[in-house]
Design a protein around this ligand. Structure first.
Ligand code: ZN
Length: 318
């Protein structure tokens, strides 16, 4: 059995216009755009990556902007909401900041931590959870919010499951995570203690979930970390040994990926395991990250057609 999964790697969602996505995630939430590229399976569509200063695993949220897509909504087999960790005692600053950006949010509490809940401009539900449990010294310094208040990385995404689903077993017996808390119908699982960021997942256990619809404002998949390609290979074998159908390794340029979706083991949600490396400094320096369109070598020959098909992007505005 491989070593326990250290935490989340990234979350990928569908949004609306690319510029609106940039304005919100960089201009309002203060994440850094760490890569501007295209959907490798559909190169006429952007793929935008946001994260901390260098896009460290556990901080990366990525989008396929899809302005003409139908509106999606969450339900069974889809991630319900995505949470980010903010430093303790920053709820008031964030509430004021969101208010100023005309984002209506409500205050709540999640497993004892104060939090803000709101929707992104495309309908995806987000939470900011104020906690001292997640540390990241690499928060982006040029965002619209003071660095000491900035988003640290992911907190727990919420995954809807049915009571007899085996997702808890996947997390504990395979991934090596621990069931640490229970609250009404939310079950909280945590990865290895040595990971200080993005190592929590909440399962929302219910007898019924409405059926979801993939589209604008929904999460496409959630990716967990493998430390390297060797470990990823071990996961592919381990999961296949349990009868879970896992894809071959796909080259995503900045990491290598395997995917699996199983009605029982993942409650129908698309899971990915992505390698920590090589990371976003693969083809740009830290100062250049995200500013210009990067293409993998196999698409470079089509650059001019691809650039013509993509909307122009300007610096984010709040
Ligand atoms: Zn992915």
């Amino acid at each position: 059995m491989p070593d326990p999964i250290p935490g989340l790697h990234h979350v990928t969602a569908l949004s609306g216009a690319a510029q609106d996505t940039l304005n919100f995630y960089a201009g309002v939430l203060g994440l850094r755009r760490v890569k501007t590229t295209v959907n490798f399976d559909d190169p006429k569509t952007h793929h935008l990556y946001f994260g901390d200063t260098v896009g460290r695993p556990g901080t990366i949220i990525t989008f396929f902007p899809w302005p003409r897509a139908r509106q999606g909504h969450t339900g069974a087999g889809m991630v319900q909401s995505v949470a980010f960790a903010i430093p303790p005692n920053t709820i008031a600053e964030w509430a004021a900041h969101l208010d100023e950006a005309d984002v209506s949010c409500r205050r709540t509490e999640i497993f004892g931590d104060p939090a803000l809940r709101f929707d992104d401009p495309f309908g995806l539900t987000l939470e900011l959870v104020a906690t001292d449990g997640m540390v990241n010294p690499g928060a982006w310094e040029d965002g619209p919010i003071a660095t000491e208040h900035a988003i640290r990385g992911f907190h727990a995404p919420v995954l809807p499951i049915f009571a007899d689903d085996r997702t808890p077993e996947l997390l504990t017996d395979l991934f090596g995570w621990t069931h640490i808390d229970e609250n009404e119908n939310r079950s909280r699982f945590r990865g290895p203690a040595e990971t200080d960021l993005a190592n929590v997942v909440d399962l929302q256990v219910q007898d019924r979930h409405p059926s979801g619809r993939m589209g604008k404002g929904t999460v496409h998949h959630v990716a967990f970390r493998a430390r390297d390609e060797e470990e990823q290979k071990q996961w592919q074998t381990t999961l296949r040994d349990r009868g879970i159908q896992v894809t071959d390794v796909k080259d995503r340029q900045y990491f290598q990926s395997i995917y699996f979706r199983d009605p029982n083991w993942t409650s129908g949600i698309l899971f990915e395991i992505a390698t920590d490396g090589p990371g976003f400094l693969e083809d740009e320096t830290e100062g250049e990250l995200g500013e210009t369109l990067r293409l993998p070598s196999w698409l470079e020959s089509q650059r001019s057609e691809i650039e013509d098909a993509l909307p122009a992007l300007t610096s984010p505005t709040a």
